[in-house]
Every structure is written in C-alpha cells, then in structure tokens.
Design a protein around this ligand. Structure first.
Ligand code: ACM
Length: 775
C-alpha cells in the first residue's frame, strides 16, 4: 500500500537581535569584560612611536575611514584621554609573536604587541568590538574590555582555486580582507591547472595568451548537460600580482603560490606542447563530456577531473619550469612555493619511451619513483634559491623530497606519515576542510559532493592522536581548500566560505581549552549581522531544521526526529490534515511509502524540507558492518542502509551513502525473527566523474534458513538513469529468492581499479550504497 503522509512544520524564527557587546571571532585566549565605554570620535588621537606602530596606526585609520569617514591624527604622545595607544611591552618576550594585548577603558584604548602582526590582530579584535551600524556615525562606543591573546597554530590558511573559475583582482583583495578579519596568515593561491593558467610569465607569453582561456565549459554537474561554448578565462598580470602580494603583506598574510606539476598541466601543455610526452597527440577530452570549438592539437580542458597528458620529465621541461619558478619567486617572497604533485596519472609515462629510458638510467623502480625524481629535482632548484617546497600528500609516494612540507588532503594519513618522518605538515583533509563540499543537507545549488557542516569544521583539531609530542610539533596548522569547479562567481565563493571560515579561525587560533561550540553559536547572530552589513553572501545552513532518522527501538520502522534552532516549537501536520499539532518527539514511520514535508521560516525566509520514506522488511532492523566505510563518506553508520531513505540527489546528498574506497561492502541484516522474504535489493550509485562505480559482483547469503544459501550476481550491471533531469544513475540490483530466514548478508565487491580513459584512471574506485531493501 502506498500512502502519502505529509508533515508540515513551521516556525517563525525572529532574527535574534545580535547582542551588543563582545563577539570576537576567533575567540581570544583570555578576555575580561571591563567597566566603562570608550567613545571614539573624530577627536581621538592615535599614539604611535616606531615603524611598526605607525604602520598599525595608518592601518587603523584606513579601516576607520571606511567605517566613519574619520581620518585621525597620529602623534608620538597623546593627552590624558580620548587616545588609542600602540604600546610596546616592557619586556621584549612578554608578548608572543603574533600575540597582542588590548585594554579598553573609558579614557583610552591601548594595544600592546611585540610585532607588527600583533598590532594588526589587536586592531582586528578592536574592529569587532565596534557596534554594527547601518549608517556612518559620529561617535563609536566601544565596551571596556581586557584581552590577552595569541594564536594556537602558526600556519592558518585559506586556499582559492582561480583556474577552474577566475576571479578579478577586486575579489582577491576582498578574499584577503576576509582572511585578515579572522586572523589567518596564509593565502594559498592555486594559480595553474588543466582549465586555465592564470599567472603572467614574461618569458612564456603563450602560457596566458593560450593557456589562460578555454573554448567552453561543461554545463552543470560533471559530466554535464552539454557545453556552454563560451570562451572563458583571464589571468593576473605581474603588476597585479605585485599589488596583491603587497596588499596581503600589509595585512600580515603570506601568499603561497601554487604552480602545479607534473600533473594538472593541460593548460601549460596547450601553450607549449613540447611539455607533453606526446606533443603530436591531440588533447583527450574527459569521457562523456561535451566539447566546444577546435579539438585539434593541444587544448585547455573544458571539463573537470584528472587528465593523462602530464609534463614529460625532459631537460626542456625542467628548464621551462625553472624559468617559470624564477619569475614566480620574483613576485612572491614566501619561503614556501607549492608545486602541487597531486593526481598525476602515470599512463603517459608508461607509454613514453623517453620516460621508460629515464627510469632505467636513473635506476628508478617505477613511475612513482619517477614522480619523486621530478619533485626532488624541482626541490633542489628551489632550495638553491633559498625557498622550500610544499606538495600535496602524493609527494610521499616514491619517496619524499628531503626538505618538503606536505599538505595532507586525502585524510590525515599522509600528514601523519610525513610528521613521523620529521617533515612539516599542513592539514587540509577533505573531511572536514574542503569548503567545496556542501554545508547543508538541503543544499539546492550544485556542489562537488561531501558534507562538511560548520559543526564538523569547528570540531576539527589539526594534530592527530596518532602523533607523539615530538612529532606533533611538525604540524604547522591547517587550511581549508576552496576548489571552484562549481563556484562560477564570487557570490558562490562567499556562500561556500561563510560562515565556515569563522569556525576554522577558532580551530586555528583559539586554544583547545577555550574553544567552545555553544559559545561560538551564540556569536553567530552578530556575525551574520556584520556580514549583512558588508553585503557578504553566506550560508544559513546552521539554522537548518535538523531532521534525522533514527531506528525505532522495537525495530519496527524508523522515527523522524526534528530539531529546530533555539528549541522553537514545531508544528506537525500529517497527510495535509486540517489541523496541526505540536511536535513532542520523534514521529514513527513504519508502513508503506511516505512523503514527509517540513517548512519553516528563518530570518523571514521560508525553507522547505521534504523527505520520502520507503518502508520494507529491512527498514529499521539491526544491521552490522563487516567492513567499515571510508571516514570521508561514513553516512549515518550502518543504519544508513536501512533507514528507509532512497537517495535521489546523487552527489548533492552524499550523506545518504556509505562510501567504500577500493574496499567491498559487507553487511549483515538481522530481521529479528525468521520471516518469509522474496527479494533483496541493494542500491548503488554510478558516477564515474567522481570515481564511483557499480560493484563487480553482489552476493546475498541467507542465514540460517533451512540451511545457509547464497545467490550471486556478477557485473556488468547496466547503468539505470533514475532521474532524467539530473542524469542520476543508480542501479537497484534485484536478487529474487523466496526463502524463510532471519539474517541476510549482502556482499558487494568493489569495481577495483578505474580503467584507462576514465576520470581517476589507475586509482581505486569508490563503491557507494544508500539502501538495502528486503521485500
Ligand atoms: C586535491 O584536492 N587534488 C589536492
């Protein structure tokens, strides 16, 4: 029987007027509310004596000018009151590097620091003490306070990919301002990739003239519904880069440029085909994607993913890269230069006679050692020039370059291994620090997948338990990565970054003992008011009505549990009934197919939530995982597979799946008692663009029936398009057998290694399952 059940929940969430007062993000180390209020007006004097404090005073004036139009005088001394003093601590080491003290009383404000950065962070805290005004005012009231502050981690980073989508200089400066507000000190600028080369190199003008533009871009989620056929691109001139580097330096932000090698090199190869192992071969487009314009010769890629055409390790290439890096080093004074090193397929090197000869000559074991040779040769060059390299964690494969720092993105394992080898590490694990992943379960814009809500970001701690004290000191800090395949404009970047950047700032700045999510949540209304005032776009996912499905304790179906922000009462309406009633606890859902709908109003905006449930003999039953899924796609544990929810949004709702990377799925469902069943239907996702494949075999064991029995189905399972609008491919593999049994074991064999010619070829495939039905 199919029955529609409609639950409507609504509540009006009145925007809590942000408390006036102290809402500093990231939370300072020590903060004491004081008495009195300092009134800042156009008579306030800035007192500064040395170079650092004069620069700090100038910076404060710049901020105040934007806020109020004031331009305050800067003097070497001030009167008894109405002054902001930039002071030096009595002892040089009294205040840590990057630390500051901020005292606000009714007579004066004093910011003490031993470095220019310390003053700058003091200013950032002071700015956040100022009230949020819609209009410019003549007097700014600042509450009395005493702050003693210093950061927990030395590397506090945010990344931005400008290759997949290009952002103008004005936005890059805004982005740097965002970093400065939350006391980040590193901007990792991902400047080159397959879809566009974005930095002017004078010696090689074709890098930007040719490599800076693509003839079109796929439409929507990979592999896309066609190609827009619009020439797209842009690059930063060296003058613009110098300006941006200076702008960042004034805000105590180091820019680490990333020049990708040896993979993700299509744009460079399009400009200079000799950089390829096969200069004569035309660029291969990504499988299943639509191409626009010329497809002869080497081309800049128009779809996302990983491509086989990578740098050939010839002297020509090394000479070219050294010349490029010379210009990069002229522009960027950072100690570290990021050289990429991730996702470099080895197919071309395997096919190339030159590469095979080089492997023999250099006595290398395989192509992985060739990659290591490549990175080490570049490292030597940069070390000679006084610089160090950072690479993604793949640079561990085939042997780590002697002085390299590692950015751990495929979880923390690479970072742990590198720290144990006494190499510096920056943690950027996909879960939870990829800000291209969704932050809402109800995300309606296209994202790359994954689910990294703000609370998960907040809970992150960059030092893994696996490291002892000595090795822990190699963890420099952490960084969130912002890959822009699905961020076409700066509004979307802001939406993906805010408010998660604020949560990350407390991960990196605030001491573990002081960090507190409940206290952070209380600061969010004030944060959102500031963002509104500054016209910064942000996600309101933190106010999502939280709907979770939990097992019924009697194993009879599931319960739909709802939680609203601030415990605002919820109203429930079932089946479009005339009257609604108050929600008092989880709603039982235990027969047939249901459609549950919720709507609520937050900050004047109504958000709809709907959930379909499909109840069968497995729903809500006890289920055990023989193999654990990957930590990146853990769903809601084993219960995910029997929660009555069929995924309908594919990668936009990955929290509904268990994901197994290269491993098999193996689960046992306990029906509670022997019962007659006829069909077992495990559901699988197919999305080759995201490296996700159907299993190669599904085996069902029935235990104990009269005796244990097995049914086996072998692939290839046909791709079944279950949603024509989104192209979602799922296969619900039906295994029919009439039998009486209590336990059902489902084993799905991972597809294995991704075959050539596909995204991620040579890597382990993912196996994604959202549900197992038993009829
Ligand atoms: C990466 O996300 N490929 C570093």
């Amino acid at each position: 029987m199919k029955k529609a059940l409609v639950i409507v929940i609504s509540f009006a969430f009145l925007a809590a007027k942000a408390q006036q007062g102290i809402n500093i993000i990231p939370q300072p180390k020590e903060i004491k509310a004081g008495i009195g209020i300092f009134k800042l007006d156009n008579k306030t004097v800035l007192v500064a004596g040395n170079k650092e404090s004069m620069d700090a005073a100038a910076m404060l004036n710049e901020y105040l000018h934007q806020l109020t139009g004031f331009n305050l005088p800067v003097n070497e001394s001030g009167g008894d009151e109405n002054k902001i003093v930039f002071a030096k601590p009595k002892l040089a080491n009294e205040i840590e590097k990057e630390g500051y003290r901020l005292e606000v009383t009714s007579n004066k404000i004093e910011i003490s620091a031993s470095t220019a950065a310390g003053y700058f962070y003091g200013i950032q805290s002071l700015l956040q003490l100022m009230p949020i005004n819609e209009n410019k005012v003549n007097t700014i009231s600042i509450p009395g306070v005493s702050i003693n502050d210093a950061p927990r981690f030395g590397y506090r980073g945010m990344h931005l990919d400008v290759s997949r989508h290009f952002f103008p200089v004005s936005f890059i400066k805004k982005y740097i301002d965002y970093l400065a507000t939350y006391k980040f000190n590193t901007f990792h600028w991902h400047l080159t990739d397959d879809q566009g080369w974005r930095i002017e190199i004078k010696k090689y003008p074709l890098l930007t003239q040719v490599g800076g533009y693509r003839n079109g871009t796929i439409i929507g989620r990979y592999p896309g519904k066609g190609n827009d056929g619009i020439r797209y691109g842009g690059f930063y001139t060296q003058e613009e880069i110098k300006d941006i580097v200076g702008y960042a330096a004034k805000r105590h932000i180091t820019i680490i440029p990333e020049i990708e090698m040896p993979g993700h090199a299509s744009a460079a190869i399009a400009a200079y085909p000799q950089l390829s192992c096969f200069p004569q071969e035309a660029t291969k487009k990504a499988k299943g994607t639509a191409w626009a314009g010329d497809s002869k010769g080497k081309q800049v890629q128009q779809a996302w993913g990983i491509f086989e055409d990578v740098f050939v390790p010839t002297d020509y290439t090394f000479n070219f890269l050294e010349n490029v890096l010379d210009e990069v080093m002229q522009l960027f004074p950072s100690t570290y230069i990021h050289i990429g090193g991730d996702e470099c397929p080895k197919e071309s090197w395997k096919r190339s006679k030159f590469c095979q000869q080089l492997i023999k000559e250099k006595k290398l074991k395989d192509e992985h050692e060739l990659q290591s040779y490549f990175i080490q040769r570049i490292e030597k060059y940069l070390n000679k020039k006084g610089r160090k390299i950072i690479g993604w964690d793949e640079i561990l494969e085939g042997g780590l370059a002697p002085n390299a720092a590692v950015m751990s993105w495929r979880g923390e394992a690479g970072g742990i291994e590198a720290a144990k080898q006494q190499h510096y590490v920056i943690m950027t694990p996909g879960n939870p620090l990829y800000f291209d992943h969704s932050q809402s379960k109800n995300e309606d814009s296209v994202t790359i997948g994954g689910y990294n809500p703000i609370e998960k970001v907040y809970a992150y701690y960059p030092v893994p338990k696996e490291l002892n004290n000595a090795d822990s000191s190699y963890v420099m800090g952490a960084q969130a990565n912002v890959w822009t395949e699905y961020m076409k404009n700066s509004d979307k970047v802001e939406y993906m970054v805010f408010p998660r950047i604020a949560a990350l700032s407390e991960v990196l700045w605030t001491n573990k003992g002081t960090k507190n999510y409940a206290a952070f949540q209380q600061k969010l209304p004030a944060l959102f008011q500031r963002l509104d005032q500054q016209k910064i776009n942000y996600s309101k996912a933190v106010y999502d009505l939280k709907a979770t499905v939990i097992p019924d304790p009697g194993f009879n179906g599931v319960l739909w549990k709802l939680e609203a922000t601030n415990d605002i009462p919820l109203l429930i309406n079932l089946n479009n009934a005339d009257s609604a009633w108050a929600y008092h606890g989880p709603v039982p859902i235990n027969t047939g197919v249901h459609l549950a709908k919720a709507s609520y109003t937050v900050n004047g905006k109504t958000i709809m939530l709907s959930q379909k449930f499909s109840i069968n003999k497995a729903t809500g039953k006890k289920i055990t995982l023989v193999n654990e899924p990957s930590a990146t796609y853990p769903g809601n544990g084993a219960f995910t597979l029997v929660d009555g929810i069929h995924n309908e949004k594919g990668m936009s709702k990955t929290s509904e799946f268990l994901g197994f990377k290269g491993t098999d799925m193996d689960v046992i469902i306990d029906l509670g008692k022997e019962m007659k069943i006829s069909t077992v239907i495990p559901h699988f996702l197919q999305h080759p663009g995201s490296w996700i494949y159907y299993p190669s075999q599904v085996k069902v064991s029935y235990i104990p029936g009269t005796a244990t029995q097995e049914e086996i189905k072998n692939g290839s399972f046909p791709a079944t398009v279950v949603n024509a609008a989104t192209g979602l491919q799922k296969n619900n593999i039906k295994i029919n057998k009439e039998i009486t049994c209590r336990y059902v074991r489902v084993q799905a064999k991972n597809y294995g290694v991704i075959p050539n010619g596909n995204a991620g070829s040579g890597n382990k495939a993912w196996l994604f399952s959202d549900e197992i039905e038993i009829l």
